[in-house]
Write a new protein. Structure first.
Length: 190
C-alpha cells in the first residue's frame, strides 16, 4: 500500500505539472495552423469557448499543480485545460476534414473522437466546484453529492462516446460550422 502511495506522490510532482502544462501549450499553439486549415478564427472552435479561456485555465492549473502538487484541484484544472484545447484542435480539424474536404484528410475519425473533449472539461470543472478549496468535499455529508455527480457525469460521457463512435461506425459524420458532431446535438439537444 505504501508503494502505491509513493508512486502516486512521485507522479504528482512539479516536473509532471511542467510536462502537462507544456502539452497544453503545444496543443494551444497547434490551434493557429489548424484554424487556418479550417478557414476560421481562433475563437471559432466549439462555438462557445474562446481560445484564451483554455490557455488561462491551463496557466491556473499549472500554477496550482506545480506549487501544491498534493492538491487535486490543480491537476483537475490542468486536465480540463488539456481536454478543452484538444477539443478545440479537433474541432478545427473536423471542420477542415468533413466540411471543407468531405472526409479527404487522414485520421479524421480520431478528431471526431477527440472533439467532444469539451464534455470531459465540463465534468472536471464541476469537480472543481465540488472540491474547492482543498480538493475534498466540504464535509463528509457532501460525499453522496460527489458520488451522484460522478455517476451522472459518467453516464453523460458514455453517452457522448457512444454517439461519436456510432457516427463513425455508421459512416454518418456530419458536423456544424463549429466542428460539433451533429449526432451529439440530436442526442443531447445541445
Amino acid at each position: 500500500m505504501a508503494d502505491v502511495t509513493d508512486r502516486r506522490l512521485r507522479l504528482a510532482s512539479p516536473a509532471t505539472a511542467l510536462i502537462v502544462g507544456g502539452l497544453v501549450l503545444v496543443l494551444a499553439v497547434l490551434d493557429v495552423p489548424l484554424a487556418r486549415l479550417a478557414h476560421q478564427s481562433l475563437n471559432a472552435s466549439g462555438g462557445s469557448t474562446p481560445f484564451w479561456f483554455s490557455v488561462a485555465l491551463g496557466v491556473v492549473g499549472f500554477v496550482v499543480a506545480s506549487r501544491s502538487s498534493r492538491n487535486p484541484l490543480g491537476w483537475i484544472l490542468l486536465g480540463a485545460a488539456t481536454f478543452l484545447v484538444l477539443s478545440q484542435d479537433a474541432s478545427f480539424y473536423v471542420v477542415a476534414d468533413y466540411r471543407l474536404r468531405h472526409g479527404g484528410l487522414p485520421l479524421g475519425w480520431v478528431a471526431v473522437l477527440a472533439q467532444p473533449g469539451w464534455a470531459v472539461s465540463i465534468v472536471m470543472s464541476g469537480l472543481v466546484v465540488l472540491l474547492f478549496p482543498d480538493g475534498r468535499p466540504p464535509s463528509p455529508r457532501w460525499r453522496w453529492v460527489l458520488w451522484l455527480y460522478l455517476a451522472a457525469a459518467t453516464l453523460y460521457l458514455v453517452g457522448v462516446l457512444v454517439a461519436s463512435v456510432g457516427a463513425i461506425a455508421g459512416h454518418d459524420i456530419r458536423v456544424d460550422a463549429s466542428g460539433n458532431l451533429l449526432a451529439l446535438s440530436l442526442c443531447f439537444n445541445l
